[in-house]
Design a protein around this ligand. Structure first.
Ligand code: CA
Length: 223
């Protein structure tokens, strides 16, 4: 089951790309533009909480969330906010980020917290035959040879690896790898898949990514 992230952020120009990026990374995203919406939302696995909200001080939101559950909370503060790290931790926040932050930085913090909070640890490394994917360092190797992938190709490969041996349809790929808002034509998936396949299988006798006619794709060791 996908990890569900609650993004509490009133600034759409920050919330939208965050949401798109997280979806691309395979997370489920719940957006809340106000504290009221944040409290009305479903159960989540982790919270990204902007302190500057229109309806309630983010510090109070953080404290109340912590009173309700042990969900990990990353507080997001604006640059220049006089927010003391100690104060944040006293409020029950697990970590904090200062705007503007890089998506990759946020993702690293998020993943670290999720790993810490998960009782059943997420695998850090996936392997199918000669192919390995290091999910932490985002490094792909085949027979010890590093393969460079674009972020979307990495997400695609990770999805195939997690479902190794199972056929995944284009619809499944669309839902799990692409942003729901962006409705790709199936030929977009085909083009990406063919590029990924070139990188993974080109020059190797044994192919790992297979097309199952009329059904989708499968990653497996045997033909
Ligand atoms: Ca704000």
């Amino acid at each position: 089951m996908a990890t569900r992230v609650l993004v509490v952020e009133d600034d759409i120009s920050i919330a939208d790309p965050l949401r798109a990026g997280l979806l691309r990374e395979g997370y489920e995203v719940v957006l809340a533009g106000t504290a009221a919406e944040a409290f009305a939302g479903p159960e989540v696995d982790i919270v990204l909480l902007d302190l500057g909200l229109p309806d309630l001080d983010g510090r109070d939101v953080c404290r109340r969330m912590r009173e309700r559950s042990a969900v990990p909370i990353i507080v997001v503060t604006a640059r220049g906010d006089e927010v003391d790290r100690v104060v944040l931790l006293e409020l029950g926040a697990d970590d904090y980020l200062v705007k503007p932050f890089a998506f990759s930085e946020m993702l690293a913090r998020l993943q670290a917290l999720i790993r810490r909070s998960n009782q059943v640890a997420e695998p850090m490394r996936l392997a199918v035959g000669p192919l390995t994917v290091d999910l932490i360092r985002r490094k792909v190797e085949r027979d010890g040879q590093v393969i460079e992938l674009q972020p979307l190709e990495f997400a695609l490969l990770e999805y195939l690896m997690r479902n190794a041996g199972r056929v995944v349809s284009k619809t499944m790929i669309m839902e799990h790898v692409w942003d729901y808002n962006f409705d790709p034509q199936t030929n977009v998936i085909e083009a990406r898949m063919s590029r990924l396949r070139d990188k993974i299988d080109h020059g190797f006798e044994r192919k790992l990514i297979h097309t199952v006619r009329g059904a989708g794709y499968v990653l497996r060791e045997t033909a």
